[in-house]
Design a protein around this ligand. Structure first.
Ligand SMILES: NC(=O)C1=CN([C@@H]2O[C@H](COP(=O)(O)OP(=O)(O)OC[C@H]3O[C@@H](n4cnc5c(N)ncnc54)[C@H](OP(=O)(O)O)[C@@H]3O)[C@@H](O)[C@H]2O)C=CC1
Ligand SMILES: O=C(O)C(=O)[C@@H](O)[C@H](O)C(=O)CO
Length: 284
């Protein structure tokens, strides 16, 4: 499978609901204010069509401004935001989604996700029911989750009869999430990768990746993103800089099977960057 740059943008995953999303999206964590809005506008002009924000990033305003500055029609974009754990009671959730929309200046979100399961607090089923209602009300086109483990997803299915279309999870070469990907695929859930470049920390300097990248004549970032696309997942790299925004979409090469295996072999059971295991970690 060779994916040209254009195809990387246009190759759509089709969600269970029928919504089409691109193969690579754009993360916006830390892109705030005027510089953030300009970086987001530049990403859209470069070709990104899926944007990822969150109520907790305090940049839904910058995302809305970036969209308006880009000159690209709203209907061409898949805009995602996320509900923070402090608003998981039903009425709070609906109000927070409305507030997200006011902040962004948008009429609807394409995707709205529960940000963390927070299993000790144990309100994620009620929050999921609020997202189902928000979809009915037309505030959001489709709904998903982040950081959900199989047990959390099974519970949504049992108690609400509806699984998310997307599960956004930490995924990079040091933590390739083989078991969670398998569960997601078996249940018709698209896996999105957060921190797909490991926040440009140690993984970007890994000697195996550096050597492979040299062989393919690409950057380590491109090698990692291409590996994630070939896994059948949707990475959402963030970059404040035009050169790297372009670089992260230039994925028209194919990683051979044995090299995919070599990258997969880098994954470690404790490979999470900050030990945010959703079985115990909570964020509000
Ligand atoms: N659902 C969740 O719980 C979470 C969701 N997210 C989402 O995932 C998105 C992406 O993850 P994020 O944590 O931002 O980290 P990424 O893995 O996307 O890494 C971003 C960092 O990598 C640098 N970078 C970008 N491209 C390259 C490249 N080609 N080569 C080298 N360095 C590069 C950026 O620098 P520069 O900007 O200077 O180019 C930045 O410092 C977030 O922005 C957010 O939208 C993130 C964490 C948790
Ligand atoms: O960025 C996000 O979406 C988060 O959920 C954050 O928790 C992120 O993981 C982080 O790094 C907070 O320090």
């Amino acid at each position: 499978m060779t994916l040209t740059t254009k195809e990387a943008l246009m190759k759509n995953y089709v969600l269970r609901s029928g919504m089409r999303v691109p193969a690579v999206g754009f993360g916006t964590y830390k892109l705030t204010g005027t510089t953030g809005a300009n970086a987001i506008a530049s990403a859209i002009q470069t070709g990104y069509r899926l944007l990822d924000t969150a109520y907790n990033y305090e940049n839904e305003g910058a995302v809305g401004a970036g969209i308006r500055r880009s000159g690209v029609a709203r209907s061409e974009l898949v805009v995602t935001s996320k509900l923070p754990g402090r608003y998981y009671h039903y009425n709070d959730a609906i109000t927070a989604i409305q507030e997200s929309l006011f902040r962004s200046g948008l009429d609807y979100f394409d995707l709205y996700l529960l940000h963390w399961p927070n299993p000790k607090a144990d309100h994620y089923v009620e929050a999921w029911q609020a997202l189902q209602a928000a979809k009915q009300f037309g505030l959001v086109r489709d709904i998903g989750v982040c950081n959900f483990l199989p047990a959390h997803l099974d519970r949504l299915a049992q108690e609400t009869g509806e699984l998310p279309v997307v599960n956004q999870i930490e995924l990079h070469p040091y933590f390739n999430q083989a078991a969670q990907r398998e569960y997601d695929t078996a249940h018709g859930i698209l896996t999105e990768d957060w921190s797909p470049l490991g926040r440009a920390s140690a993984v970007i300097q890994d000697p195996v990746l550096v050597n492979l990248a040299k062989r393919y004549a690409v950057s380590v970032g491109q090698l990692i993103l291409r590996w994630e696309v070939q896994l059948g997942t949707l990475p959402i790299p963030k970059s404040a800089h035009l050169t790297r925004q372009r670089e992260n979409l230039a994925l028209d090469f194919t990683i051979a099977d044995q090299d995919m295996a070599a990258i997969n072999a880098l994954s470690k059971p404790d490979g999470r960057m900050k030990q945010q295991d959703p079985a115990v970690y909570e964020e509000f």
